[in-house]
Design a protein around this ligand. Sequence first.
Ligand code: SAM
Ligand code: GLN
Length: 284
Amino acid sequence: MEIREALNQATLDFTQCGLASPRLDAEVLLSHCLGTDRYGLYREPERPITGEAVRGFRHLVARRRQGEPVAYLTGYREFWSLTFAVNRDVLVPRPETEILVEEVLNACADDGSGRPRILEIGTGSGAISVALASELKDAAIVATDISPGALKVAARNAVDNGVADRIDFVRGDLFAPLKGAFDVIVSNPPYIAEREYAHLPADVKIFEPRGALLAGPEGTEFHRKIVKEGWRCLTPGGRLFMEIGYGQKERVHAALREMNRYEEIRFRKDYAGVARVVTARKKE
Ligand code: SAM
Ligand code: GLN
């Protein structure tokens, strides 16, 4: 079989089972099997593929047809132009989470103190902390997760991206394992409401860890806890940054106001126009 034929067949297969980006998925999986990049496929479309690569590709195509996310099939995902290892212990990093990273970087640039102490709650693959560490050479970062499997992946990603010396990984439930004060708290916590969970696409619902997604009846359980407990771990004037889900802006805004410990509460929209990131400053 030739590259072109394998691509066309898989694209057709994926289209028929209703996947959202059939051609791209086929390209990523085939280039992974051949150890090339996507452009490599188009340089030599007539190159024959060996029997072993064909078998490997067919196996991945069959798994993708069942909804398994491409990132779990290849074992990698790009985030912030860095490469992250992923497996089923971690949520696949989402592009909208880059907005959260941008907001933290903007605040650290404005602050100018130079050596920010940053706490990330629920680091998963480590995407946020590793991206921040790669930009902020003097930052000291503590990244937590309740899942030992996730922390293993995150620690590997810190090493692979050359920032392991700037991040301490700590296992535990929210703020329980922490002491000391931070200039920044950042979190993309679980935020799917119980009743929404059943309606998630199969690749998310069946393959991604429930503990990374589910967050009580309204989906704001973690935001509320982080707002309630987080200020104790912030320096005066320190900032809290959280990713939020569709329709959660008012609820999270109310939680922040009710605490009466925060000011300068702001929301930033994602590229689809949904309020996606909230920031607040701890009162001095
Ligand atoms: N930060 C990663 C990202 O943005 O791609 C992963 C975010 S994922 C939505 C939420 C993470 O929070 C998961 O890795 C999950 O294991 C972790 N988590 C869930 N409950 C937690 C808890 N009580 N304390 C700390 N982490 C928790
Ligand atoms: N953005 C993810 C999704 O739509 C949810 C991430 C989260 O719960 N923090 O599946």
